[in-house]
Write a protein that binds this ligand. Structure first.
Ligand code: AMP
Length: 454
């Protein structure tokens, strides 16, 4: 998963892009980049690491100009290497072009092989570069026509921001798989994966970019905005996992506030899987908190933050030589023994992927004295890989791909286990955002044919 942010017609375009990327850090933590322009040259900075560490006052000052696009990377296609950081840059007969992409193309391998046979030389292993090669080969002289020519050949998920010396272009794929929203700051356009980025910089949220829509900002004509529909309309297939886990709870995504949606998922979960003999509802922080509030409201059981999460975990930590049992999970999640001791509890999390967190956490809760543990998951079993930009592991590593709910319950050691049904999830998501979701990770029904397994 990744984040994209773009802004045009602002004196401090790069600084505002840096702030926007900071607000979207949850969507990608491997590395970030910004390309800005003064309407003539591009200015680029990309590095691995977190936004706050990468962009110092010195290197933001070098990113000159009134317009910029930025990207946070979370690798799903291509590895975690510096060549794969975005925005990806190209120079061709179209001049220089920078592109920032959220989503995965599912025919990227096929297109890459074809392009390489025809002489293209790729700089990275990221699927995004395919779009630039297709644009460069299009023989179109105009950037907008070249983009349309390229995108008509790709299949999959793409929310894109593209910048050159003339235009900032925002595009969402015809099925609207990944989010992309538009706002304005002092009357000039701003784009982001999620609206929370607008809150930080004081921009106003306007609307979603429509599936299949292309919004073109002219940098040479006072940043005026024109909207086009160059692609055939597809069936709406927005990623339902954005509602479940991915988006920030303070964001408006798919026209609804994620916080409220997650609370409603928790209520539906309580309806489908009541708490049995439990006395308390406890979330797995942070992502399980909102569904747990809904679960507690519906079941009329008290809510307690009985597990505390450490927010200071770096990429590497030094474990003492004398090894500590379940060190990894203890480092991140610690039960409060006084809250759980002697209690039958409902523990609410948003998803169960490999089952490693839940298994260790349940053991840890038992060691802290919980008498019974009823695990409730505010999504259906994650049984299938995602090919559209969420970093789900290989299908073989997904516990639910090969185990029944009963055997998962036994594996993780819970007294009972209840998942939200797919119908329940889609009902809640459709109530707030209207119908039309991709639920491939839960159902195995994908929105497009898949010719590339990435
Ligand atoms: P696991 O231990 O593999 O079962 O992971 C479950 C935890 O991972 C849950 O608490 C989720 O909140 C979290 N999670 C689910 N999907 C993702 C994802 N794509 N990237 C990172 N964390 C995730």
């Amino acid at each position: 998963m990744c984040a994209i942010f773009g802004i045009a017609g602002q004196q401090e375009a790069s600084n505002l892009t840096y702030l926007g990327l900071h607000a979207l850090q949850h969507r990608g933590q491997e590395g970030s980049g910004i390309v800005s322009t003064d309407g003539k040259l591009p200015f680029v900075h990309k590095e691995r690491g977190l936004v706050a560490d990468i962009f110092t006052a010195t290197n933001i000052a070098k990113l000159e100009g009134h317009s910029a696009i930025g990207h946070n990377r979370y690798s799903t296609a291509g590895g975690n290497t510096s060549e794969n950081l975005q925005p990806v840059m190209m120079k061709s007969s179209l001049g220089w072009v920078g592109i920032a992409h959220n989503g995965n193309l599912v025919n990227a391998n096929v297109l890459t092989q074809k392009l390489e046979r025809e002489g293209s030389i790729f700089q990275s292993t990221a699927d995004t570069e395919v779009i630039l090669h297709l644009m460069a080969k299009s023989q179109e002289k105009d950037l907008i026509n070249a983009i349309v020519h390229a995108l008509k050949q790709v299949v999959g998920a793409y929310s894109l921001l593209i910048l050159n010396h003339d235009y900032l272009v925002a595009i969402r794929d015809p099925q609207g798989i990944r989010p992309l929203v538009m706002g304005n700051l002092h009357g000039k356009p701003v784009f982001a994966s999620e609206s929370t980025a607008f809150d930080l910089i004081g921009a106003n949220y306007e609307r979603e970019i429509n599936p299949g829509e292309m919004v073109v900002v002219s940098l040479k004509e006072n940043f005026t905005v024109k909207c086009f529909r160059p692609f055939e309309k597809g069936a709406l297939k927005r990623c339902v996992f954005e509602h479940v886990y991915f988006a920030r709870p303070d964001s408006v995504v798919f026209s609804s506030t994620i916080y409220q949606t997650r609370k409603n998922l928790g209520k539906q979960l309580a309806k489908e899987h009541p708490p049995l003999d439990a006395e308390l509802v406890i979330p797995v922080p942070d992502s399980g908190v909102y569904a747990a509030i809904g679960y507690s409201e519906f079941s009329k059981l008290p809510f307690e933050m009985g597990i505390i999460r450490s927010h200071y975990i770096g990429r590497t930590f030094i474990e003492p030589k004398q090894s500590i049992r379940d060190f990894g999970v203890k480092l991140k999640l610690n039960p409060i023994a006084d809250i759980v001791r002697g209690k039958s509890i409902v523990v609410v999390d948003d998803s169960l992927v490999r089952g490693t967190t839940s298994k260790k956490l349940i053991q840890h809760l038992r060691n802290s004295g919980a008498s019974k543990i009823h695990l409730r998951i505010s999504a259906p079993p994650t049984a299938h890989s995602c090919f559209y930009g969420i970093d789900t592991p290989n299908k073989t590593e997904l516990l639910a791909s090969s185990h029944s709910v009963d055997s998962i319950r036994d594996f993780i050691g819970a007294d009972s286990l209840g998942y939200l049904s797919l119908n329940g999830l889609l009902q809640v998501a459709s109530e707030v955002s209207g119908a039309g979701f991709c639920h491939g990770c839960f159902s195995g029904e994908y929105p497009t044919p898949i010719t590339t397994i990435v």
